[in-house]
Ligand binder design. Structure first.
Ligand code: FNR
Length: 382
């Protein structure tokens, strides 16, 4: 078993949330092989202990696109974030800001771009999916820019939604899904009260606002399947560039050749990611994919990585394998569901502490000092 604050928050979130929502968060695609490997492969990357190197002054700061991050961590885009806690996106964005790191607002969030961006003083990142309706995308980009979002995270690994069987079992998708979710929600009044479900119409704020009509959770999965666009190709990047001049990160890269293409097509960064094992089961864990990608493009483009990160040691491991910055996904949502903004802030404090211990005992005084030399053995590549 892997022990971390995220593990504890996960157990607490499981008790609190209605099953359909917990399993939507916790689950992955098909047999969840990649989901498990993400966590296990990363936890098995052995750090190289070094001692007696005067580690009294440590710095976790890093620069990304001209912004100083207090540590090389950002909160990943997570759809339906506002279902896990009342105004969940706002709470998570505030926690991130208080700890000096960016929050990324998902396309499919409950809080709108304007609501979340106006709740913090600093900039946030915005994540965009490829939808058949290019007017929707253009409108979202214009609103994100107007709201002061600095960085675009363009997610490319969801041209079709992965088959998530847990969602069918739990009542998140499939026949009578809405009824099953309703019954589960009624059985979890503390959660329903917490998210405000009892007090206001709970629609998908962003989607509804773009489409100009209510799009409730009743057919969320159906909406995804109908509207996501399998015709996506590299040429779409040029179209997006017309509407987005700021830094653009391509999220969902798992192959060195795709990473080179991202450089060629003018992206500013990539996220090495398999979407937390929620898309194609059986693909490589990010841990295994990252070293070859770093060999191909390190220094040409910012390398971000996610999938399986649960604590500060994992952040250090990802950086040693070649990442510049690391995204947290489920880890912060478990904390958000359990204890809101305070939970996320506490998780980030713990990650900071864990990183300091790992940096001290691997002899890396700065983030740039964390390299493959910080690892006891290199990850075997496929
Ligand atoms: C996600 N992820 C995701 N990614 C994205 O680009 N847009 C989105 O709306 C979502 N939504 C989403 C919902 C839920 C419930 C999860 C768990 C994940 C993927 C996310 O950004 C990130 O890549 C993964 O969460 C990383 O894996 P771990 O750290 O959660 O294992």
């Amino acid at each position: 078993m892997i022990i971390s604050a995220a593990t504890d928050y996960r157990a607490a979130a499981k008790r609190k949330l209605p099953p359909f929502l917990f399993h939507y968060l916790d689950g992955g695609a098909y047999a969840e092989y990649t989901l498990k490997r993400n966590v296990e492969d990363l936890a098995q990357v052995a750090l190289r202990q070094r001692v007696l190197r005067n580690m009294s002054a440590l710095s976790l700061e890093t620069q990304l696109f001209g912004q100083t991050l207090a540590m090389p961590v950002a909160l990943a885009p997570v759809g339906l974030c506002g279902m896990y806690a009342r105004r969940g996106e706002v709470q998570a964005a505030r926690a991130a800001e208080s700890k000096g790191i960016p929050f990324t607002l998902s396309t499919v969030s409950v809080g709108t771009i304007e609501e979340v961006s106006s709740a913090i003083t600093g900039p946030m990142w915005f994540q965009l999916y490829v939808l058949k309706d290019r007017g929707f995308m253009r409108n979202a980009l214009e609103r994100a820019r107007a709201a002061g979002c600095t960085t675009l995270v363009f997610t490319v690994d969801m041209p079709v939604p992965g088959a998530r069987y847990r969602d069918a079992h739990s009542g998140m998708s499939g026949p009578n899904a809405a009824l099953r979710r309703y019954l589960q929600a009624v059985a979890h009044p503390a959660w329903a009260w917490d998210v405000g479900l009892l007090g206001r119409p709970h629609d998908l704020g962003n989607i509804s606002a773009y489409l100009g009509k209510p799009t409730g959770l009743a057919d969320y999965i159906g909406w995804l399947a109908k509207n996501f666009d399998p015709s996506i190709s590299w040429s779409d990047l040029e179209w997006i560039r017309e509407f987005w001049q700021g830094p653009m990160i391509i999220k969902g890269i798992l192959d060195a050749e795709d990473a080179r293409d991202a450089v060629r097509f003018g992206a500013d960064g990539i996220v090495v990611s398999n979407h937390g094992g929620r898309q194609l089961d059986g693909v490589l864990s990010s841990t295994r994919a990252l070293p070859a990608i770093a060999d191909a493009v390190k220094g040409d483009i910012a390398i971000l990585a996610d999938s399986g990160v649960r604590n500060g040691l994992d952040v250090v491991r990802m950086i040693a394998l070649g990442a510049d910055t690391v995204l947290l996904g489920r880890a912060y949502i478990y904390a958000l569901a359990t204890a809101g903004e305070k939970g996320v802030a506490n998780l980030l404090d713990l990650i900071d502490k864990e990183m300091r211990v790992a940096m001290t005992l691997t002899g890396a005084g700065t983030i740039a000092g964390i390299t493959r030399e910080s690892l006891a053995r290199h990850v075997i590549q496929e």
